[in-house]
Ligand binder design. Structure first.
Ligand code: SF4
Length: 217
């Protein structure tokens, strides 16, 4: 197997960032509004991009404070996210914002990321090889923020965090939903992805109720 290329360095706001793949289309994580306080390690994905089928697709990093009590994990960035360079800014993001607002949660206080950081063509589900290649990055990104609450949106995120392949209807009733990847200081819960809410008239209300948990102390 050929040796992987030496990672390139980029810098923004005086912060040097190491990225794992040369030539990968990247949108630099301008995530944390206060670059002085950015945790450099948290911005260096431990993704194994060289092995990932999405390695040539547009990249959108997680967005939010370096340390926070609340983390939300979605599936993958969509087209609108690619344009804006931030996760959950499209239609699903709008629906998530509504629920967060109703729950009294300041979105800017929440760290939001995705199970895979690159946009799958046609908004398809990310292939399992991509989920696997991006998994260590996902878990490290969450752990570094030391959140009390982690909410997984949709099946891809739920399975990545829990290793449990049962349907969301079952997993969302486990409170907490056990995760072999995070310690018990971080409680994991699971709910529907906002893009799926139109599939069942009961899901929007359940989704709002699940997001309310983030607003509880
Ligand atoms: S999805 Fe993750 S592992 Fe795959 S290329 Fe993008 S950052 Fe790398």
């Amino acid at each position: 197997m050929a040796a992987e290329a030496v990672p390139p360095h980029e810098s923004r706001g005086g912060v040097s960032i190491t990225w794992p793949v040369v030539g990968h289309q990247r949108v630099i994580n301008a995530a944390c509004s206060d670059a002085e306080n950015v945790d450099v390690d948290a911005k260096a994905p431990l993704a194994r991009c060289g092995y990932c089928p999405l390695r040539d697709r547009p990249f959108v990093a997680g967005y939010g404070p370096p340390m926070t009590n609340r983390v939300i994990v979605g599936q993958a960035p969509g087209q609108r996210e690619v344009v804006e360079g931030k996760p959950f800014v499209g239609q699903s993001g709008g629906r998530l914002n509504e629920a967060l607002s109703a729950a009294g949660v300041d979105r800017l206080a929440v760290y939001i990321t995705n199970t895979v950081l690159c946009h799958p063509e046609g908004n398809d589900e990310p292939p399992p090889e991509a989920v696997e290649a991006c998994h260590e990055r996902l878990i490290t990104e969450i752990r570094l923020r030391m959140p009390k609450k982690v909410l997984a949106l949709g099946t891809t995120a739920a399975t990545a965090l829990t290793n449990d392949t049962r349907p969301i209807e079952k997993l969302r009733l486990l409170r907490p939903t056990p995760s072999p990847h995070l310690d018990d200081k971080s409680e994991v819960r699971v709910t529907y992805h906002p893009s799926a809410l139109t599939r069942n008239p009961e899901w929007p209300g359940r989704f709002d109720g699940d997001v309310e948990w983030l607003g509880e102390p």
